[in-house]
Design a binder for this molecule. Structure first.
Ligand code: SIN
Length: 316
């Protein structure tokens, strides 16, 4: 029995980046500080994704800015991070075989291009994940992923110099035409992967006892994550899988808390998955548990590799 489980292969590839496990952390979840990053490097996650960084250190939005309940979470963190130099220096110091995805979230086209130029000089960054989907910047009313002209301008400029594997973390879209439009722009450039989805913007969770919002920034509005968003994550992965070029990989994210959830994302066309809210709730052991649960689930279904069912969602 144990032998069969050991043979089940949950490794994956994002183009030529090999991941020993298809499960990694989502940017933003416990991946900001030296300790958090070191713990992730030592964990059984298949890759390390860093907190989205900006040119300079940011303290982020006022607290409380994160709240969770049984099936979801709401956050308005405001991109607190230690600045790109901290993440670059951390990665220069730490020798690791684990693939490292540096997440970048500049406030303008200019800042994003500057950050990417800087990251291009660093050898041990496997890929860049450009965050076009943070919903929590109080004085920046726009989520870049909802502005197709911005996405086009970015892609047109970045591939004039970028040599690193590059992916984009997208917001959830709720209309097929929006996914089709963004896909048609992305398809024109050598984008390696997209990550779908970031938290669902503009959510509101309230405490009926205190008759109050639960987070301070933006009058209590924030990005919604956790179990309740999984159907939207699956829908986005599935639609992007049908509209993107076949050599663009998809990393699924949103509401994963069990091995079965990971199975569902891979069935819809994700090559790997990211864990956000559940990682914050459960801590670093989540990667061992999910790995075990996924393998057990595959065994029950008589699958020996995630390749056996990748993208095979049946339709009526
Ligand atoms: C934040 O820092 O506000 C969350 C990050 C994100 O949603 O991209």
């Amino acid at each position: 029995m144990k032998e069969i489980i050991n043979k089940i292969d949950i490794s994956t590839k994002i183009k030529n980046i090999k991941l020993s496990s298809c499960i990694m952390n989502a940017s933003g979840a416990l991946c900001s500080t030296e300790k958090e990053l070191s713990d992730l490097l030592d964990s059984s996650s298949g890759a390390l994704v860093t907190k989205s960084c900006t040119s300079d250190l940011r303290n982020g939005n006022p607290k409380p800015r994160y709240f969770e309940w049984n099936v979801g979470s709401i956050n308005s963190m405001g991109l607190p991070n230690l600045g790109i130099d901290f993440y670059i220096n951390f990665l220069k110091r730490k020798k690791t075989n684990k693939p490292v995805f540096l997440s970048i979230s500049g406030f303008s086209l200019k800042e994003n291009l500057y950050l990417i130029k800087k990251a291009n000089l660093i050898e041990n960054i496997s890929a860049l994940e450009i965050n076009f989907s943070c919903p929590n910047i109080l004085n920046r009313k726009k989520i870049f992923g909802y502005d197709s002209l911005y996405v086009y301008k970015f892609l047109k400029n970045v591939f004039k110099f970028n040599k690193k594997p590059l992916g984009i973390k997208l917001p959830p879209y709720f209309n097929e035409i929006h996914i089709k439009n963004i896909s048609s722009i992305i398809n024109r450039y050598p984008v390696m992967f997209v990550t779908c989805v970031n938290s669902i913007p503009n959510g509101l969770y309230i405490n009926s006892d205190t008759e109050s919002v639960v987070i301070r920034p933006n009058n209590g509005f924030g990005g919604i994550g956790g179990e309740i968003i999984k159907p939207f994550g699956l829908a986005n992965v599935s639609k992007f899988f049908s509209f993107l070029r076949k050599d663009i990989y998809i990393i699924g994210c949103g509401g994963i808390s069990s091995g079965k959830d990971i199975f569902d994302y891979i069935l819809c066309g994700a090559s790997a998955v990211q864990i956000g809210t559940q990682f914050i709730k459960e801590g670093i052991s989540v990667f061992d548990r999910l790995k075990k649960e996924l393998k057990n689930f595959l065994k029950k279904k008589n699958y020996f590799s995630i390749k056996n069912f990748f993208g095979n969602l049946k339709k009526f």
